[in-house]
Ligand binder design. Structure first.
Ligand code: FAD
Length: 491
C-alpha cells in the first residue's frame, strides 16, 4: 500500500492471496461483466486504478479484483465465499469518502455497489423511500423532486456518492440543521453479513419499539460489520419557496450573532447556515476565476438558506432579517438569491471549497465537532503553530499553502483544512496529535461526519474512552468474527 502521509500498516498474513480459482468462482457468481480483474487472469478489463485510489488521491491500494454484484443473493454468495476462504473485502460506494475508508490498503477485494441502483418504492403519503444502496444521492433526490419530496441529506459529492455510502458513513451535510441525522431518518436497512446472512430489517414504519434497534449499528459503521444493500428512509415534502442569502462579516463573534439572530427571526424556515472563512472564498475565486459574490473582502462569510411553503411570507421574513443584520452591523454586506440559477451560484461558493483545496497538491483534512463559541479558534491556533514552525508561506520552499476553516455552523461542525504543496512529515508532526489534543480538551469529536476510515484510526481514543472502544470491538467480533470486513481501518 502507498499511504502517503500515515504510518505504515502491515498486511495481515491471516488473509489469503487471490488465486485464479477464487476468480473463477466469483465470475461464476456475478458474470465476467461484473468482475474487473487485474493480473490474476488474462481477461481484458476496465481500468482498476479508479477503484484503488480514493477521491483525494491520498490513498492507493492494490486490489486485483473489483466485484459488482447486481443483487443481494449474489452479494451473499460472494461474502460467504470470502469468509470461508479468508479473503478480505472493502465495500465501496461512490468512493467519495474523505478518510481513506473506501479503498483497499493492500489487496482486499473491492465490492462496489454501483450495479444495485434501483428505487424500489416510494409512498407519496408517508414520504418513505425504499432504494438500493447503490443509488446515487443526486438521482434519489431528482426522483423525489419529481414527486415533490426531498432527500433529507445533501452534500457536495451528491453526483457521485451513493445512499448506501452515505448511510455507512452517517454523512451529515448541508441539510442536517433542518432534517436531522440519518440515525433519525433511516427507518430500515437490508444488509449482508460476512457469513452471507441476509439481514432484512427494511422496516418502513416511523415507530417500531421492538427491542434493540440493530440497524443503527450499520449507520456510520463504515463497512466494518456488513454491506448495506438497501435502505428505507423518511423524506420530507419539498419546500416550494427556497431563498439563499450570502453575507460578509468582520469576525467570528459576528457570525455567531448572525446565527443566533437567524434562528430567532427565520425560525421554522431556516434550512442551512454555513460558515466559510475569507481564505476559502479567495481560494475558490482564484481557482475558478469566478467573480466574488460581494464587492469587498471580509474575514468571514456565511450562507443562509430558507425553505418554506409560502414564497411571499418567506421573502418577507428573509428581507426583515436582512435589514436587521445590516442595520445592526452584524453583517457588513450581503446579497440575496431567489431563483434557481442564482441560488446554485451562491451555493457553489460553499460547495466548491472541498474541490479547490487540493489545487496545489494535497490537503490535510480535519472534520471536527467543537463547542460553537470556540469553533474557529482551532483554525487560528493551527495557523499560528505552523507559521511559528516556518512551514506556511508563498512559494515552493513552504510545504503549507494556508490554514483555512469552513463548515456546518448550525451543527457546530468545523472543517479545518491545511492545503499543502506536498505531504510532509514536518507538517504532520506539528498537526498530530496537536489537533486531536485540542479537540479532546474541549470535549469535541475528532470526526463530526466523515467517519474514521484509515486516517483517524490511531486517534479514536481522543473521542472514545476505553470502555466504548471495547464495546465497539465486541460488536465487530460478533458480526465479523474472522475480521474480513474492511480490515486495517479504524477498528
Ligand atoms: P464511499 O466513499 O465509497 O465509502 C465510504 C465508506 O463507507 C467506506 O468505509 C466504505 O467501505 C463504506 N461503504 C460504502 N458503501 C457501503 C455499503 N453499501 N455498505 C457498507 N459500507 C459501505 N460528508 C459529509 O458527511 N458531509 C458533507 O458535507 C460532505 N461533503 C463532501 C463533499 C465532497 C466534494 C466530497 C468528495 C465528500 C464529501 N463528504 C461529505 C464525504 C462523505 O462521507 C461522502 O461523500 C459520502 O457519504 C460517502 O459516500 P460514498 O458512496 O462515496 O461512499
Amino acid at each position: 500500500a502507498r499511504l502517503l502521509s500515515y504510518p505504515e500498516i502491515k498486511r495481515d498474513p491471516k488473509f489469503a492471496k487471490l488465486t485464479e480459482e477464487h476468480v473463477n468462482y466469483f465470475k461464476g457468481v456475478v458474470g465476467s461483466d461484473s468482475a474487473i480483474i487485474d493480473g490474476v487472469t488474462k481477461d481484458a478489463s476496465e481500468d482498476i486504478e479508479s477503484y484503488n485510489s480514493d477521491w483525494m488521491r491520498k490513498f492507493r491500494g492494490h486490489t486485483q479484483l473489483v466485484l459488482k454484484p447486481t443483487n443481494k443473493e449474489e452479494l451473499s454468495k460472494i461474502l460467504k465465499y470470502c469468509n470461508d476462504n479468508m479473503l478480505a473485502v472493502v465495500p465501496q460506494g461512490g468512493n467519495s469518502g474523505l478518510v481513506g475508508g473506501s479503498v483497499p490498503v493492500f489487496d482486499e477485494i473491492v465490492i462496489n455497489l454501483q450495479k444495485m441502483n434501483k428505487i424500489r418504492s416510494f409512498d407519496q403519503v408517508s414520504g418513505i423511500l425504499v432504494a438500493d444502496a447503490g443509488v446515487i444521492l443526486e438521482n434519489a433526490d431528482n426522483y423525489l423532486a419529481e414527486r415533490n419530496h426531498i432527500f433529507p441529506l445533501d452534500l457536495g459529492a451528491k453526483g457521485s456518492c451513493q445512499i448506501g455510502g452515505n448511510v455507512a458513513t452517517n454523512a451529515g451535510g448541508l441539510r442536517l440543521l433542518r432534517y436531522g441525522s440519518l440515525h433519525g431518518n433511516v427507518l430500515g436497512i437490508e444488509a449482508v453479513l460476512p457469513d452471507g446472512t441476509i439481514v432484512n430489517d427494511l422496516c418502513t414504519l416511523r415507530k417500531n419499539n421492538t427491542g434493540y434497534d440493530l440497524k443503527q449499528l450499520f449507520i456510520g459503521a463504515e463497512g466494518t460489520i456488513g454491506i448495506i444493500t438497501a435502505v428505507s428512509i423518511q423524506c420530507a415534502a419539498r419546500s416550494q419557496a427556497v431563498n439563499v442569502a450570502y453575507f460578509g462579516l468582520e469576525s467570528f463573534e459576528k457570525v455567531q450573532e448572525a446565527y443566533r439572530t437567524a434562528k430567532g427571526q427565520l425560525a421554522e424556515i431556516l434550512s442551512a447556515f454555513e460558515l466559510m472563512d475569507g481564505r476559502t472564498q479567495k481560494l475558490v475565486n482564484k481557482v475558478t476565476g469566478k467573480k466574488m459574490p460581494l464587492e469587498g473582502e471580509y474575514p468571514f462569510y456565511c450562507l443562509v438558506e430558507t425553505s418554506g411553503s409560502n414564497t411571499d411570507h418567506d421573502a418577507e421574513k428573509l428581507q426583515a432579517f436582512l435589514e436587521h443584520v445590516m442595520e445592526t452591523e452584524i453583517v457588513l454586506d450581503g446579497t440575496l438569491a431567489d431563483n434557481q440559477t442564482q441560488i446554485q451560484e451562491l451555493w457553489s461558493w460553499r460547495e466548491g471549497i472541498t474541490e479547490v483545496l487540493g489545487h496545489e497538491g494535497g490537503v490535510y483534512k480535519y472534520d471536527l465537532s467543537i463547542p460553537i463559541s470556540e469553533l474557529y479558534d482551532i483554525v487560528n491556533d493551527t495557523r499560528d503553530r505552523l507559521t511559528e514552525a516556518g512551514l506556511v508561506g508563498d512559494g515552493p520552499d513552504y510545504p503549507v499553502v494556508d490554514v483555512v476553516g469552513y463548515g456546518h455552523m448550525g451543527d457546530a461542525n468545523l472543517h479545518l483544512n491545511i492545503p499543502t504543496r506536498r505531504f510532509d512529515k514536518a507538517v504532520e508532526k506539528q498537526l498530530e496529535p496537536f489537533v486531536y489534543e485540542w479537540v479532546q480538551k474541549r470535549n469535541g469529536s475528532i470526526s463530526a461526519e466523515h467517519g474514521l476510515g484509515v486516517t483517524k484510526k490511531p486517534y479514536v481514543s481522543y473521542s472514545k474512552n476505553e470502555t466504548m472502544m471495547k464495546l465497539m470491538k465486541q460488536i465487530k467480533d460478533l458480526y465479523d468474527p474472522k475480521g474480513i470486513m474492511n480490515p486495517y481501518k479504524y477498528i
